[in-house]
Design a protein around this ligand. Sequence first.
Ligand code: KG4
Ligand code: ZN
Length: 338
Amino acid sequence: MLILGIESSCDETAAAVVEDGRKILSNAVASQVEEHRLYGGVVPEIASRRHCEAISGIVQKALDDADTKLEEVDAIAVTYAPGLIGALLVGVNFAKGLALSAGKPLVPVHHLRSHIATNYLTYPELTPPFLCLVVSGGHTHLITVQGYTDLHVLGCTRDDAAGEAFDKAARAMGMPYPGGIELDKVAEGGNEKAYKLPRPSVDGAPFDFSFSGLKTNVVNLLHNAQQRGETVNIVDLAASYRRAVVDCLVRNTLLAAKKTGAKKLVTAGGVSANSLLRRELAARCAELGISFYCPRLSLCGDNGAMVGSQGYYEFVAGHVAGPNLNACAELSVESSPI
Ligand code: KG4
Ligand code: ZN
């Protein structure tokens, strides 16, 4: 079965053709990162405009690259939540128009579910149930995936997402947007014990996260040093900060794995590209006899293939929308689209 997946929830306009949820036939992306970098972060209005300009070309490119005609596609899947509302609306309205004109079923896909699906594309043998740590620019969730469309949230961040915490601290350290990637590279050469930083946890909620205090700690450290005319070793600070964020992620994830008796641990989302997080989880899972899965690096960021993959499983589950489908800026990963 061929699914055309369309993604426009943030700053990538993306489309892909995926076969049976597992095989990528094409994966076309138009990134807006260079433009948003000028402003140090995503400007929602600019994102919506660029999606409008890019979407027809990207969808056509995905079909051409897959050597597939629109008539051959079985369904059109689109990210409808969560994300920047103006950005989501571009993808949803485009997909609605295309589905209506081509007479194809329209399949709404939750953005976090599709991030998880990058693992189905990376590991053909991976099937639910498993425990998943979803870490992206906007979300940090621990989720039990009972089935492809049956998900339960164990915990999530109370404030900043892990990616946001990386990006904001990186920005304070003078790195360009999106700083998480740069901070990860810089940290590789640093001493992670050089700066003492907290490992925040949430009282009474061991699976929840809190990163805003940790981020503020680093921002204050930089401001204080600047006011006193002291120099900060950015490489060591990046390494210490990355270690602190990763320690919090790993601590809660392993606790959840033990409590739920998980045999498989999966990561997903942009921050699952973080090299320390991947190394640490792989090592700890090996010690505990848990199978560890993380998406191929090229699939960690937003893309259309992940929508095509999850779209297949939603379609098989009968989750097909009508022309009244709307986009949602916020929506629980647990709620079924239809
Ligand atoms: O999943 P994603 O592409 O978009 C959202 O759905 O939010 O995640 C983007 C986030 C950004 O915050 C980016 O800095 C972060 O993922 N990121 C990383 C790394 N690569 C991307 N954070 C830490 N280390 C990385 N290697
Ligand atoms: Zn994302």
